[in-house]
Design a binder for this molecule. Structure first.
Ligand SMILES: *Cc1c(COP(=O)(O)O)cnc(C)c1O
Length: 382
């Protein structure tokens, strides 16, 4: 059946490069000719532009999203063994950062509709050792930040947003990255704002926190060869910064395109949802979804149904993803936590049901139409 049918990739970073090629090539050439490959005006320019984009006072560029999370926690003075509450339904970078910052992960389950941390479960997980909350804006939908605010105030908790999938998301008119003590972004190539390599950013309104992240990313230097503390080699390089500055200018238009694709998907698939064959992603009132991923749920009519649907789509050349097939508390890396199946039922169910459809700013309407038709046929058959 594959025949001449065009392949539909789930993600397409090279299409993004093609769309801005002239500007990116010029920016890279400018940096290469300048001789300033680490630090310098491209980093400062990107930081100022990204801070303005998020509506925060400070943005500090770092090497990866995982380092952004790690540095934010260390900079917020996380004590050794302090507890950080986060979701088990996320990428492992979230919890790696907690442990690398000296903290302990305490998981709380997610809500059904947005796949983000459940405020009720978070409140129940707070102990006298809790120091921080780390909500994840999964797939680009902001977590329920307003619900965490009273708890954070009451218990003096810091709130670090894992906004690695949420460049351009917003809640109540405030941008992701401006919704907590600090916001952490990844510029991994497939994110809404992606480098041609690795990158990350910490955003905050707090000057001392920004200054400490600046120091941590650069071997703890307060000035050249004066080390206030041991830090890390955690800087972003100037070539990536120059590329990101170009792409940041396109981000609003590219995110608008993602939104249009999400609207097309939801329109064409609503009939299948009415028949109970799948569940569509939501955008809560007051929230702006960044549509990093468009994740549907395929309810398990029988075991393996989601994977059967995925295989049928693959046979049609349509690439889909599963973000994520195993929640973190069931990963071998975290066996020592001894969290059995059943510990976080919503996360476990999400891991069994989610299927992410092709989503990137350069996906064409006709490709998106083909995805919805093929998905309809696959759901009928599976
Ligand atoms: C991508 C991602 C990270 C890690 O970012 P890197 O830049 O790959 O280190 C962390 N958390 C989430 C939710 C992510 O999607």
């Amino acid at each position: 059946m594959t025949g001449e049918k065009e392949r539909v990739p789930a993600l397409d970073p090279s299409a993004e490069y093609a769309a801005a090629r002239g500007e990116i090539d010029a920016a890279v050439a400018r940096v290469l000719a300048s001789g300033r490959y680490v630090g310098g005006p491209e980093i400062e320019g990107l930081e100022a532009e990204f801070a303005a984009f998020c509506g925060v006072a400070h943005a500090v560029a770092v090497s990866t999203g995982t380092d952004a999370l790690r540095f934010a926690l260390i900079a917020a003075d996380l004590k050794a063994g302090a507890e950080v509450i986060t979701s088990p339904f996320t990428f492992i970078g979230t919890t790696e950062a907690i442990h690398q910052a000296g903290g302990r992960t305490v998981f709380a389950d997610i809500v059904e509709d947005t796949f983000a941390l459940d405020p009720v479960k978070v409140r129940a997980a707070v102990t006298s050792r809790t120091a921080a909350l780390m909500p994840v804006h999964l797939y680009g939908h902001p977590a329920d930040m307003a619900a965490f605010e009273p708890l954070a105030r009451e218990r003096r908790l810091i709130v670090v947003e894992d906004a690695c999938q949420a460049h351009g998301a917003a809640l109540g008119g405030r941008m992701a990255g401006a919704l907590g003590t600090a916001g952490c972004f990844s510029f991994y190539p497939t994110k809404n704002l992606g480098a041609c390599g690795e990158g990350g950013m910490v955003t905050t309104d707090e000057a001392h926190l920004a200054a400490r992240v600046r120091r941590l990313r650069d071997h703890g230097q307060s000035e050249k060869y004066r080390h206030a503390e041991e830090g890390y080699n955690g800087r972003l390089d100037a070539v990536q910064a120059a590329i990101l500055r170009v792409k940041l200018r396109h981000l609003p238009a590219w995110n608008a395109r993602r939104r249009a694709i999400a609207a097309l998907y939801s329109d064409r698939l609503s009939r299948l949802e009415q028949r109970g064959l799948l569940r569509l992603p939501v955008e809560r009132p007051g929230a702006r979804h960044a549509w990093h991923l468009y994740a549907v749920r395929v309810p398990p009519g029988r075991p393996g149904r989601r994977d059967a649907v995925r295989e049928r789509l693959a046979a049609q050349g349509i690439e889909t993803g599963i973000h994520y097939p195993v929640p973190l508390h069931r990963q071998p890396a975290y066996e020592a936590m001894r969290l059995q199946e059943g510990s976080f039922p919503e996360s476990e169910r999400a891991a069994r049901e989610v299927l992410t459809l092709p989503m990137h700013a350069h996906l064409e309407d006709r490709q998106a139409e083909r995805v919805t038709q093929a998905l309809g046929a696959a759901l009928e058959a599976a």
